[in-house]
Write a protein that binds this ligand. Structure first.
Ligand code: BG6
Ligand code: MG
Length: 219
């Protein structure tokens, strides 16, 4: 029996995935590395330092920086990202998401957040959604970032439910892998190619409804 829905944030609840992309792209270009949206799919869901490592590997420059320098680069990206999200409001919730969250709560399910982002609480507050969540798993509290299951397992344990009683919702390949490794049913929304292994896939948030998700889970 399903008891909880555990959401990713960036790219599912709001389009901050685009701001992460713009901020990483600008930083990469400063150090002479260019990448496109296809490569960016591999960064989605991945933690801050791991994302930087992937970019440096792409440019074959992973050994050119000390740990301190890498931390400075990550901080620079984060400062830029925070600047880009300054004006986020309730209007920036992706279409259909607020209705879906309301349906979930109205029908007595628990609602959790499993985002890799340390900026997640701030983004949820700006969207006016912070109070709706029964738990927000802290990205800083888990050892391994997605595709490891840790953040989804943390959310399930905070909600005091078994992983098999949870449905996870993600826009990233690494996120679907994390949900599956946690032993949960995986809903994918967004890029079809990246979300091939999802148990239920939709291309757009407007197609997500409680009924469709639960029907897919049963079939
Ligand atoms: C994930 C995003 O939710 O959070 C990634 O999909 C991002 O793009 C990661 O790198 C970490 O976010 P932050 O805000 O802690 O740098
Ligand atoms: Mg995401």
């Amino acid at each position: 029996m399903i008891k909880a829905f555990i959401f990713d944030l960036d790219g599912v609840i709001t389009d901050t995935a685009e701001y992460h992309y713009l901020a990483w792209k600008a930083l990469a270009e400063e150090i002479g590395i260019t990448f496109d949206r296809e490569f960016n799919e591999k960064l989605k869901g991945v933690g801050r330092m791991d994302s930087l490592e992937r970019i440096l590997e792409l440019g074959k420059t992973q050994h050119d920086f000390t740990l301190g320098e890498k931390e400075q680069l990550a901080t620079k990206k984060n400062d830029h990202y925070k600047q880009l999200i300054t004006n986020i409001t309730h209007e920036d919730i992706l279409p259909g998401i607020e209705e879906l969250l309301k349906e979930i709560k109205k029908n007595g399910y628990l609602l959790g957040l499993a985002s890799a982002s340390k900026n997640a609480p701030e983004v949820l507050r700006s969207l006016g959604l912070y109070e709706q969540f029964d738990c927000i798993a802290d990205a800083a509290a888990v050892e391994k970032s997605k595709p490891a299951p840790d953040i989804f397992l943390l959310a399930a344990s905070m909600l005091k439910v078994e992983p098999s009683q949870c449905i996870g919702i993600e826009d990233a390949e690494s996120g679907i892998e994390a949900i599956h490794s946690a032993g949960m049913f995986a809903v994918g929304v967004g890029d079809e190619e990246s979300l091939k292994s999802a148990d239920y896939y939709v291309s757009n948030t407007t197609e997500l409804s409680l009924e469709n998700i639960l029907n897919a889970r049963k079939s």
